[in-house]
Design a protein around this ligand. Structure first.
Ligand code: AMP
Length: 128
């Protein structure tokens, strides 16, 4: 297994404070900020602070503490922005694009949290 992390990716620059973000929350292991091109009324990205390229890399190489911290942060974001059912919201979708066929554009592992309206199908229905 090999994973090549490029520390010049845009989320690495956000983590280093070199470019700004519209922050939702920050914990020891994760940073959450609004997506710059929202695809839903609420569209937040959650990223681990460690240098992980994608879901595979994060799942393989991140420590249990980092993984648990990331999951906790993800759930907390959905509550803080009001879309989690536990706080009266209507629910939401969590998406992690990984690799070229997953159409991942930024090579720092991230999860999209989208909600704030009834979303369309997760994937377009296939023909036939
Ligand atoms: P993905 O295709 O899963 O890699 O998605 C990358 C996401 O990052 C897209 O939804 C972009 O709109 C978003 N994005 C790119 N640059 C920024 C930025 N500087 N601040 C916030 N979101 C960004």
């Amino acid at each position: 297994m090999s994973y090549a992390y490029d520390d010049q990716n845009i989320f690495a620059k956000i983590l280093r404070g070199e470019i700004p973000c519209n922050k939702v929350l920050e914990t020891e292991h994760a940073l959450a900020f609004h997506d710059i091109q929202p695809q839903a009324p609420v569209h937040v990205l959650v990223i681990p602070k460690g240098p992980y390229v994608n879901a595979d890399h994060f799942g393989e190489a991140a420590s249990e503490v980092e993984q648990a911290g990331f999951c906790r942060a993800l759930a907390k974001v959905a509550r803080e922005v009001g879309i989690a059912e536990s706080v009266g919201g209507g629910g939401y979708r969590v998406i992690a694009n990984s690799g070229p066929e997953g159409r991942q554009e930024v090579a720092h592992y991230h999860v999209h949290i989208a909600g704030g309206e009834k979303l369309g199908r997760m994937l377009p229905k296939r023909e036939g």
